[in-house]
Design a protein around this ligand. Structure first.
Ligand SMILES: Nc1ncnc2c1ncn2[C@@H]1O[C@H](COP(=O)(O)OP(=O)(O)OP(=O)(O)O)[C@@H](O)[C@H]1O
Ligand SMILES: [Mg+2]
Length: 216
């Protein structure tokens, strides 16, 4: 199993308050598989995705990405591991505000494969229909364009694990189908893809849908 999450629990401690965001979640995604996660707001989907991507250590349980526990790596090794293997699309996009769309898309190449990166970045901005905005700053884009720029950036290093948090939330039907079609394609080419979505239509295109408790 490429992504293996065993009995994951997460408790946040913030300003005296304790939030138990996840309790004993098990989830597996193989390479070649496209899995969707659905669940009500606040049930812990983003928390789970951050944990799966090596960005937030779990309070309990075990994470393996291709057999590696990212939390057992030293912080700089973990960053390199993530840059090489994990494509992460944040719910809030998190584009670098002072870089153009093209430079945002190219930013993972600072760690990865320099050479073919520029060509790949051009291909990706075309694929996500933001070519005409390549020189613009994130603040000059629509929400849907920002989302597609964040997706393009996540794909630059052809990650073997793709984690996407509501990447179609601001998209019209055509762009949604394009993005979901793209995620299906990269799964078909051998990536393990995990998508968090409220969109029933988007989830219906996954190989498997995992419902968090309380899903309508
Ligand atoms: N950094 C944090 N500190 C404290 N509590 C947090 C933190 N991040 C999330 N939470 C809490 O943990 C729970 C799960 O949050 P999470 O963002 O994972 O939910 P979600 O399922 O992604 O929701 P949504 O569908 O609205 O995006 C929520 O109750 C949230 O308030
Ligand atoms: Mg969320």
């Amino acid at each position: 199993m490429y992504l293996q999450l065993d009995a994951i629990g997460k408790t946040y401690h913030t300003r005296g308050a304790t939030v138990e965001a996840l309790r004993a979640i098990d989830l597996q995604v193989e390479r070649g598989q496209f899995v969707a996660v659905r669940g009500p707001s606040g049930c812990g989907k983003s928390t789970l995705l951050l944990i799966a991507g090596g960005l937030l250590s779990p309070t309990r349980g075990r994470v393996r990405i291709g057999g590696t526990d990212p939390y057992a790596l030293a912080p700089n090794q973990r960053s390199r591991f993530r840059a090489k293997h994990v494509g992460f699309v944040f719910q809030q996009c998190h584009l670098v505000p002072y870089l153009s769309v093209m430079d945002n898309v190219l930013s993972p190449a600072l760690v990865g494969n320099g050479g073919a990166a520029a060509e790949r970045a051009v291909e990706l901005v075309k694929r996500f229909h933001i070519e005409h905005r390549a020189g613009h700053l994130p603040s000059e884009l629509s929400s849907g364009e920002r989302q597609r720029a964040a997706l393009a950036r996540a794909m630059l290093n052809s990650p073997s694990l793709v984690l996407a948090d509501e990447p179609t939330g601001n998209l019209d039907d055509e762009n949604r189908d394009n993005v979901i079609g793209f995620l299906r394609d990269i799964a078909a080419k051998g990536a393990a893809v995990l998508l968090v979505t409220h969109d029933v239509q988007a989830a219906s295109m996954a190989d498997r849908v995992v419902q968090f408790p309380g899903t309508p």
